[in-house]
Design a protein around this ligand. Structure first.
Ligand code: ADP
Length: 403
C-alpha cells in the first residue's frame, strides 16, 4: 500500500460469535484489507481475510474474541500490514447501544468501557459482544487510541413526541425506556450522501431513508436531523426483518407467557431469531425468499407481502410527519439489491410525486444513483451504505482533536 499503516483506521464490528473488520484510510476511502472471523467459540471457526484483491481463508478453533483478533493480526502481518509493529491511527469500534450516556464518538478508557458494559441491560445481545471486541483490541494494540461509535447516537436528539413511549412515565424513567433507534451511522451517512448527490444543502431537505439489511429500519430526517425512526428501545421495533417481527401488539408477549408457557428468554429468542421473514417463510435470506416465491410458495409470498405492507405503512407515516418529502432512499443488502422491493414499496404513489423509473430501477449498477424519473418531484435513490467508512472518519476526527 502507498500509505503507511499510521494513516489507517482499523474498524471493528464485533458480534457475539463474529468479528468483522476493515483497515481503511478515512480520507481516501481506500480499503487496505478486510475480513470476518466467524463461529468464535466453536470447533469450526473460520477467518476470511481479503487484502490487495486476494482472499485467504483459515479454519481452526478460535476460543474467544482475543484469540480471533490475534489471528486477524497474524493475517494482516502475512499480507504486509504488521499492525502491532507499525501501529494504526485509531481503532474504531461499532457499539450498538449508547443509551442516554453516549451520543458522540467517544475515546475509550476504563470508565467508558465500564459504562458500555453497564448499558448491556438495554442491549444484552449486542453490547457485551461489542465490549469483547473493545477489550481484545485494547489488549493487543495498547498504544492505539480506541474510539466507540454508537449506533444510537444519530437519534439521540429525537423530538420528545417521537421518542416517548406512552407508558407510566415513572417506570419509563426508572428503566431508561424510550425510543433510541439503531443503524444511526448508516442513516446519517446515507442521508449525507443524498444531499451531496442532489447537490443540495442537507439543511433544506426532507428525507426518508430505508436501511433494509438483515436488520431493517426507516428514518425521517428534516434538515439533516432525524425526527423519527422505526427501531425503538431495542432493534426489534418497526419494519419486518430477516428474523425479527418489527411492530407487534405487546399483548402478544403476555399471551405467549400465559398460554404457551414460554419464559422470557424463550420469547426473546422467538422474537429475535425465529420471527420476521424467517418465521413466516422458513428462510431469512431475501434471495432465497424470492426463489421460493418463484416456485409458487404461498408462505414466502405472504412473508414478502407483509414485509412490503409494513414498509409502506412507515412511508405513509413519515410522509405526513415530514409534511412532504424531497428524497426517499434505499440502502443495505435488500435496499441496494432488490428492485422488486423498491418498486413495490413505492407503487401507485404518483399522486404524491413519488415515482420509480423501471429502467433505472432495474439497471445493473452498484453505484449511488437516482431511480426516479428526472422530472419527478420526489427523488428516489439507491445509495450503498458504508458504515465502516463512517466509523473510520468519526474515529479519525476524535483522534485529530487529541493532537
Ligand atoms: P446486515 O444487516 O447483516 O449488514 P446486509 O445489509 O448485508 O445485512 O443485508 C443482508 C440481506 O440482503 C440478506 O437478506 C440478503 O438476502 C439481502 N441481499 C443481498 N444481496 C441481495 C440481492 N442481490 N438481492 C436481494 N437481496 C439481497
Amino acid at each position: 500500500m502507498g500509505e503507511t499503516a499510521e494513516d489507517f483506521v482499523l474498524v471493528i464490528n464485533s458480534g457475539s460469535s463474529s468479528i468483522k473488520y476493515q483497515l481503511l484510510d478515512p480520507e481516501s476511502s481506500v480499503v487496505a484489507a478486510s475480513g470476518i472471523v466467524e463461529r468464535i467459540g466453536e470447533d469450526d471457526s473460520v477467518i476470511q481475510h481479503r487484502a490487495d484483491g486476494e482472499s485467504t481463508e483459515r479454519r481452526e478453533p478460535i476460543a474467544d474474541h482475543t484469540a480471533g483478533l490475534r489471528l486477524v493480526f497474524e493475517m494482516f502481518a502475512a499480507t504486509g500490514h504488521d499492525l502491532r509493529r507499525e501501529g494504526v491511527r485509531a481503532v474504531g469500534h461499532r457499539v450498538v447501544h449508547g443509551g442516554e450516556v453516549f451520543y458522540r464518538p467517544t475515546l475509550i478508557d476504563d470508565d467508558v468501557a465500564a459504562a458500555i458494559s453497564d448499558l448491556s441491560a438495554l442491549a444484552p445481545l449486542h453490547n457485551p459482544a461489542n465490549l469483547a471486541g473493545i477489550e481484545s483490541a485494547r489488549a493487543l494494540l495498547p498504544d492505539a487510541p480506541q474510539v466507540a461509535v454508537f449506533d444510537t447516537a444519530f437519534f439521540h436528539g429525537l423530538p420528545a413526541a417521537a421518542k416517548t413511549y406512552a407508558i407510566d412515565a415513572k417506570v419509563a424513567a426508572a428503566h431508561g425506556i424510550r425510543k433510541y433507534g439503531f443503524h444511526g451511522t448508516s442513516h446519517e451517512y446515507v442521508s449525507g450522501r443524498v444531499a451531496e448527490l442532489l447537490g443540495r444543502d442537507p439543511g433544506e431537505l426532507n428525507q426518508i431513508v430505508f436501511h433494509l439489511g438483515n436488520g431493517a429500519s426507516a428514518s425521517a430526517i428534516r434538515g439533516g436531523r432525524p425526527v423519527d425512526t422505526s427501531m425503538g428501545l431495542t432493534p426489534l421495533e418497526g419494519l419486518v426483518m430477516g428474523t425479527r417481527p418489527g411492530d407487534l401488539d405487546p399483548g402478544i408477549v403476555a399471551h405467549l407467557a400465559r398460554s404457551a408457557h414460554l419464559d422470557i428468554d424463550q420469547i426473546d429468542t422467538l422474537l429475535n431469531r425465529d420471527s420476521g421473514i424467517k418465521g413466516l417463510s422458513g428462510v431469512n435470506d431475501f434471495r432465497e425468499l424470492r426463489r421460493l416465491i418463484e416456485t409458487g410458495d404461498e408462505a414466502a409470498r405472504l412473508a414478502y407481502d407483509v414485509y412490503v405492507h409494513r414498509l409502506r405503512r412507515y412511508l405513509g407515516a413519515y410522509l405526513i410527519e415530514l409534511g412532504g418529502v424531497d428524497a426517499i432512499t434505499f440502502t443495505a443488502g435488500v435496499g441496494e439489491n432488490s428492485p422488486q422491493v423498491r418498486a413495490d414499496a413505492l407503487a401507485g404513489l404518483a399522486r404524491f410525486g413519488i415515482e420509480v423509473d423501471p429502467a433505472a430501477n432495474t439497471a445493473e449498477n452498484r453505484a449511488a444513483r437516482r431511480i426516479s424519473p428526472p422530472d419527478a418531484p420526489v427523488a428516489v435513490l439507491v445509495v450503498p451504505t458504508n458504515e465502516e467508512l463512517a466509523i473510520a472518519r468519526a474515529a479519525r476526527q476524535v483522534v485529530d482533536r487529541l493532537d
